[in-house]
Design a binder for this molecule. Structure first.
Ligand code: LLP
Length: 424
């Protein structure tokens, strides 16, 4: 019934007397009229504010933006300008970041199955750190070194045996994980010993990441404790405690701020007497709440006594999270941002399957009609970045809005783009 909580909108969102939403000084209805829908609108000031908060809380050089959450060249430059390092988890992410002009020395290279080519590119370009995920990767680094490659500074990713309270698909700190060297079975200690005597790598620290969209500060404190205790044996200069801070997606959710997260992590480090440089890798908490996705309603189907379906012009191709994880979102009409939402409906996309759901149980204004714009807030992380071309639907553009100016940082895909890699 109740209106959309304003706290779910980007920082610079304003609503005029008639209920119309502006972000970054730009009227959302006008943006949709000019650029079409679906459309990702990012509040640049919001992203910068979260970067600054993180750098202020953890210290310069100690915050690594996880580009998997949202990446394009403008985003890479923005994060770099704001004093963040960048976490890349594939050769492709490294390519986009360096194509943006960000130096490889500002990048940390991740991944649980880095190919020889990816490792060669990362080391040749001179990334700041390679985060080694397993023994096979140490073998590959040995071989590359034997082939004449320089010696990279590496961190070892440790699986601390801490089960974060989050969706099973994004929990990564438990023993049963594809990521990292297990602490419990001695693999982590064996990996440290091997790396320390290897001529192919320079071991500079340890890394862990317990999962994503974690709300419980206690999970971070617990992982910090386990990692600090293990790291104390080795006296290495760096300790990286991953990303994972959750954000509020729907009414009633309340996530810690970046500053509160820092207090939990750094407080635990202080208590444990950690002397290493402690850094973190936030993705979601930097960009999620900065963006809204704007769609157009194309069909309303009422099945009396069963359900109302509201179909929009995007769907699981621009936001697979509801289908993958059952993630919840809110929706509203940007022409009536603060309106009551008595209409219960399922918001679906335009893809050819029943699983194509954006909001399983949406609440919307009663006067919603075909042709209305419908917006979903908190779509700035893992939406665009996990998008697809399912049904050959072109991907939406990304706009950065700031001080009344909107700039296209990723243009809308065309039908010809769909043929760009199709060599016939
Ligand atoms: N560091 C490492 C090593 C990671 O694997 C991740 C995320 C991060 C940092 C950033 O975590 P964040 O602060 O964004 O939670 N697609 C899923 C999330 C997958 C996260 C993967 N790793 C989702 O949409 O919820």
């Amino acid at each position: 019934m109740s209106p959309l909580p304003r706290s779910l909108l980007p920082d610079t969102a304003t609503v005029d007397a008639g209920g119309a939403l502006s972000i970054g000084g730009c009227d959302v209805g006008e943006l949709a009229a000019e650029h079409g829908t679906p459309l990702f609108v990012y509040d640049e000031a919001h992203v910068r504010a979260r970067c600054r908060e993180a750098v202020a809380a953890f210290g310069p050089g100690r915050v690594v933006y996880a580009t998997k959450a949202f990446l394009c060249r403008a985003m890479a430059r923005l994060a770099h300008e704001e004093g963040m390092l960048l976490d890349v988890a594939s050769g492709g992410e490294l390519h986009v970041v360096t194509a943006a002009g960000v130096p490889a020395e500002a990048c940390t290279f991740h991944g649980n199955n880095k190919s020889v080519d990816e490792l060669r590119a990362a080391v040749t370009l001179g990334v700041r750190n390679v985060v080694v995920d397993g023994f096979d990767e140490l073998d590959r680094l040995d071989a590359l070194h034997a082939g004449g490659l320089p010696v990279p500074d590496v961190l070892l990713r440790v699986t601390p045996g801490v089960h974060a309270h989050t969706h099973e698909y994004v929990a990564t700190g438990q023993d049963d994980s594809k990521f990292g060297f297990n602490l419990a079975n001695g693999d982590a200690a064996a990996a440290v010993a091997r790396a320390q005597r290897s001529p192919a790598v320079r071991l500079v620290g340890l890394h862990c990441h317990i999962g994503s969209n974690v709300f419980a500060a206690g999970s971070f404190a617990r992982a910090t404790e386990v990692m600090a205790t293990f790291a104390a044996t080795y006296d290495l200069p760096q300790l990286v405690l991953g990303g994972g801070l959750g954000v509020a997606y729907v009414a009633g959710e309340d996530a810690p701020t970046i500053t509160e997260w820092a207090a939990a992590v750094l407080g635990a480090c202080d208590e444990l007497g950690v002397t290493a440089d402690v850094s973190v890798e936030p993705g979601r908490s930097i960009v999620a709440a900065a963006a809204v996705t704007v769609y157009t309603v194309g069909a309303v189907k009422v099945i009396p006594g069963v359900r109302t379906y509201v179909a929009v012009d995007g769907g699981m191709s621009d936001n697979p999270r509801p289908v993958l994880y059952g993630s919840g979102y809110e929706a509203f009409l940007p022409r009536a941002t603060g309106a009551d939402r008595p209409l219960a409906a399922r918001v679906v996309g335009k893809h050819c399957e029943s699983g194509d759901v954006l909001l399983f149980d949406a609440r919307l204004p009663a006067d919603l009609a075909v042709g209305d714009l419908l917006a979903v807030p908190v779509t700035g992380a893992y939406g665009h970045s996990m998008g697809s071309n399912y049904n050959k639907v072109p991907r939406p553009p990304v706009l950065f809005v700031h001080d009344g100016e909107a700039r296209i940082v990723v243009r809308r895909e065309t039908y010809d783009d769909l043929l760009a890699t199709d060599v016939g």
